[in-house]
Ligand binder design. Sequence first.
Ligand code: NAI
Ligand code: AKG
Length: 413
Amino acid sequence: MENSNVLTSTQTVIEDALRKLGYGDDMIALLKEPMRLLTVRIPVRMDDGKTKVFVGYRAQHNDAVGPTKGGVRFHPDVNEIEVKALSIWMSIKCGIADLPYGGGKGGIICDPRKMSFRELERLSRGYVRSISQIVGPTKDIPAPDVMTNSQIMAWMMDEYSRIREFDSPGFITGKPLVLGGSLGRESATARGVAIMIDEAMAKKGIALKGARVVIQGFGNAGSYLAKFMFEAGAKVVGISDVHAALYNDQGLDIEDLMDRRDSFGTVTNLFKDTISNEELLAIDCDVLVPAAIENQITASNANQIRAKIIVEAANGPTTLEATKMITDRGILLVPDVLASAGGVIVSYFEWVQNNQGYYWSEAEVDSKLRDMMVRGFNSVYELHKLKKVDMRLAAYMVGVRKMAEAVRLRGWV
Ligand SMILES: NC(=O)C1=CN([C@@H]2O[C@H](COP(=O)(O)OP(=O)(O)OC[C@H]3O[C@@H](n4cnc5c(N)ncnc54)[C@H](O)[C@@H]3O)[C@@H](O)[C@H]2O)C=CC1
Ligand SMILES: O=C(O)CCC(=O)C(=O)O
């Protein structure tokens, strides 16, 4: 049976990476699990006057390098295992980008598509009240993730500022611009993925202009990426959302789809002629970008994939078995912990700008983002070649080494 447990899969790779770097059982025992996981119950007065209790989590992987950092997910499938794995991925991501952070991640079991605006506000504020003891601008800095956005970040920042009794923009990133958000943050994850596509295509000797691109997921990451690909002259032949997928061999009209998608990244429900997400993954293309959720590329569909390059915008979209199958077939895989780092990199820029009270131009943000992403790609790609390990293991080796060294120098292990 294939392992689809995102935590144990991550632990396998982190252990492998630490051993290859020369660390022993004590370091592995520490870094295999988050140092802290808080589970909270959040009572929310619903619009019908009844109180509903929601369960939420905040996992903090390790803070040897600096405060922990990572998004908050609102989704019915959120669970302890997922949040823990997501916090470890954040550590690796921050390590590859060389940010002064460890990884954190949060989530609430809920379905925002079925909640009103005010119910969502009460839930967001309730979550911050529940976790306020362990978060803060120098402790743990949340941000957006699946089905959370800048409005939710604004409520969370306001609630935290009220609790602390001073304005605290650096408590959270991904805020609206007028509340201390950074130019370029909303599209940063996609911008970073686009930069990774450029680098991967250069390695494979494929030109972006006219290349066939398929993107699974049309939310924050997927839709902006489709726009960037379309603007760069690539042909986006397939996109999808939670319900279905759209395919057009001549290229989809991305501007139209962007205009018509809803705030949860849903658009396929407006069309009759759709294909399944499974069929989408098997489209003949140059670049395939999973930008939705975990465990989409597995041992049962990896051999159907016809892409030359896979760039993971989503966290954990490919199982370890599928990673091996894809790598063995010569497909270049740019793993999540490298490819999706654009979001947290520009979140870091936002936090720096908040701390300085001095704000940068979009061109400055973009150029700094490009430098950091390209540096990360080169480190991972070179190690992958040098040590003859797959791109995921190389990424973990690059991403965990600073944290392990910080742990050692602090004398924790
Ligand atoms: N928003 C951010 O800054 C970052 C997001 N990510 C990752 O990117 C991925 C997508 O995140 P966002 O775009 O922010 O989320 P989102 O909530 O804006 O969009 C998610 C998209 O995936 C689709 N989707 C959900 N379940 C699906 C399924 N089973 N099959 C196919 N499509 C499905 C949704 O319909 C929607 O189009 C997640 O893995 C997230 O953790 C990674 C780094 C940063
Ligand atoms: O912007 C951030 O701090 C975190 C983004 C995030 O949750 C992720 O990269 O998965």
